[in-house]
Design a protein around this ligand. Structure first.
Ligand code: GLN
Length: 230
């Protein structure tokens, strides 16, 4: 029995729930929402949904969940989408006054709202290099999404695997890879990375739960939760 859980304090968790229920799994997947330390203690894995990273962190602190979540992240699989991705990063740029509390867990640096404001939200086909049927693009939905700035794994950290990238040529006209107007953006630049895995953690800067493509949910369950290799 695997229990998937969500920190349901704020944000888009219902869509994740629907998506997970559609996965055909041999083993039963029990999806529960987490609002307290007791809920968390019952869980084997966690999805941190999109929403507002500062609000999620604040509500987690008020619920007495911040430290338990940090402990959870040290040993169990966690997937952060968008705001959740910000919480999983080691360092966060472009934070509000007072900074951003994080859980850490992934040795990367990320910029909040790195693609701009709400009106600059966009969709783009992604290069799904780490996924099943990798030649089929993954539909990327970016809503005030963060941008990965750098990968900083230390030698003792689990290696980082790239799961999906955005290609400069597939961005809508309103978007450029930051910094703007660099025609010769290195296609391997960290800023093109929009989904990555480190150990048993997964991070996506976009919202797979708002699409009909199950491959990333499947990836998390099979590779990070059920898979034994780190
Ligand atoms: N910009 C939001 C934040 O900083 C994230 C947006 C989202 O999760 N869709 O938390």
């Amino acid at each position: 029995l695997v229990r998937q859980i969500f920190v349901a304090l704020q944000g888009a968790f219902a869509e994740h729930q629907v998506m997970l229920k559609k996965l055909s799994l041999k083993r039963k997947l029990c999806v529960v929402l987490v609002r307290s330390e007791e809920d968390l203690a019952k869980c084997d894995a966690l999805i941190l949904p999109g929403g507002e990273s500062t609000t999620i962190a604040l509500l987690a602190r008020l619920a007495g969940l911040l430290e338990p979540l940090r402990e959870f992240t040290k040993t169990k699989p966690v997937w952060g989408t968008c705001a959740g991705a910000i919480l999983l990063a080691q360092t966060v740029e472009n934070t509000k006054k007072g900074g951003q509390e994080v859980l850490g867990g992934m040795s990367i640096s990320i910029a909040r709202n790195g693609w701009g404001s709400q009106v600059e939200s966009f969709e783009a086909p992604l290069v799904a290099e780490g996924l099943r049927e990798s030649d089929r693009p993954f539909p990327g939905v970016f809503i005030r999404a963060p941008v990965v700035l750098s990968l900083n794994p230390k030698p003792q950290d689990p290696p980082i695997t790239i799961v999906a990238r955005i290609s400069a040529g597939l961005l809508p006209k309103t978007q450029t890879l930051v910094p703007p107007d660099e025609d010769d953006t290195d296609p391997r630049d960290a800023r093109t990375i929009v989904a990555l895995r480190q150990g048993r953690h997964l991070l996506t800067t976009f919202h797979p739960e708002l699409t009909t493509d199950h491959r990333i949910h499947e990836y998390f369950v099979h590779e990070c939760v059920l898979g034994s290799s780190a």
